[in-house]
Design a protein around this ligand. Structure first.
Ligand SMILES: C[S@@+](CC[C@H](N)C(=O)[O-])C[C@H]1O[C@@H](n2cnc3c(N)ncnc32)[C@H](O)[C@@H]1O
Length: 299
């Protein structure tokens, strides 16, 4: 079945990465010691879009080894992290103990979330390196919508599909489809966090989705799209291909302007007929900084 093409190999790949990410002093993305010392791991976009999470039930999809999930817990949310990697879930539970933070971690495929999660959350959050791993976008969006309470909101921040088409910036080479969801088979040697994550090239399967594919999937899942942001600046470039400006930010120059690097989508499950209030959340401007593109199509 096309949607499950590569799922087992992808899970094995992420099991390996869950054991090495954040363990090497040279890690380019995860600083576990800084997190344990109280450091912030979330970026400005998701913080602003989620708004005040204190007292909220928050589901973090594709949580990896849980550092961001636990950061939401530090901000006062009751958190549940989901990932299909058993190694990631085991490590996330250990990290929660080390950090002294309460959190639930559930091993599951985000394309078929457990029934027990249905209708339990005020917020569903997924960030940086999410949908390119998903063969069945409709199932993913349906699961996110089903997990929400009436009036609850999805906050999704990920690499922009246009940026994902690009292999190199200089020279400018684009070699990936813009959307459509057809499985793309690749061989990986390194990741956004660890340049030499694999001793030999590892097979991965990823899926390109356009902005239209993503917004349409959200609408088809019964979500009301509130805002779609396209972000042209970022504090770090997880793909390590963009030029860094004198202000320290990374941009994708194009003609006299910049192409988007990230997108952010906020969408709500309609309130219940009795008028259950919608979570007001926050808003982020077009050029919001503070975001970190991790998880790219070649992880
Ligand atoms: C790039 S990482 C996400 C990074 C994450 N935002 C963080 O805070 O570290 C992608 C994650 O998606 C997970 N994943 C990939 N496909 C999945 C699936 N079908 N179901 C659940 N988790 C999946 C991987 O195990 C991995 O932890």
């Amino acid at each position: 079945m096309a949607a499950q093409d590569g799922l087992a190999a992808n899970r094995a790949l992420w099991d390996h990465l869950a054991e090495i990410h954040g363990t090497d002093p040279g890690d380019r993305s995860y600083d576990v010691q800084a997190f344990l010392a109280g450091g912030e791991t979330l970026r400005g976009i998701e913080r602003e879009l989620a708004g005040d999470v204190a007292g909220r039930d928050l589901l973090h999809l594709q949580c990896h080894f849980g550092m961001d999930t636990l950061n939401w817990a530090r901000l006062g949310a009751r958190v549940t992290g989901v990932d299909f990697s058993s190694k990631a879930i085991a490590r996330a539970r250990t990290l929660a103990e080390q950090a002294g933070l309460a959190a639930e971690f559930v091993e599951a495929d985000t394309q078929c979330l457990p029934d027990a999660l249905a209708g339990q959350f005020d917020l569903v959050v997924a960030t940086y390196g999410v949908l390119s791993w998903i063969g069945d976008l409709g199932a993913w969006m349906g699961g996110a919508a089903t997990a929400l309470r009436p009036g609850g909101r999805l906050v999704l921040v990920d690499l922009h599909p246009l940026f994902q088409t690009v292999l190199t910036f200089d020279p400018l080479v684009a070699d990936w489809p813009y959307g459509g969801g057809a499985p793309q088979h690749d061989a990986m040697t390194g990741t956004y966090a660890h340049a030499e994550a694999f001793s030999e090239p590892r097979k991965s399967t990823q899926y390109p989705y356009s902005v239209g594919d993503i917004v349409t999937a959200a609408a088809s899942a019964g979500l009301i799209v509130e805002r779609l942001g396209e972000h042209t600046e970022t504090e770090t470039d997880g793909r390590h291909i963009l030029p860094q400006g004198p202000d320290g930010l990374y941009r994708f120059p194009f003609s006299d302007t910049y192409l988007p690097i990230l997108y952010s989508l906020t969408a709500a499950l309609p309130p219940a007929p009795d008028g259950h209030p919608r979570d007001p959340g926050g808003a982020v401007g077009h050029d919001a900084a503070g975001q970190t593109p991790r998880g790219d199509r070649q992880q």
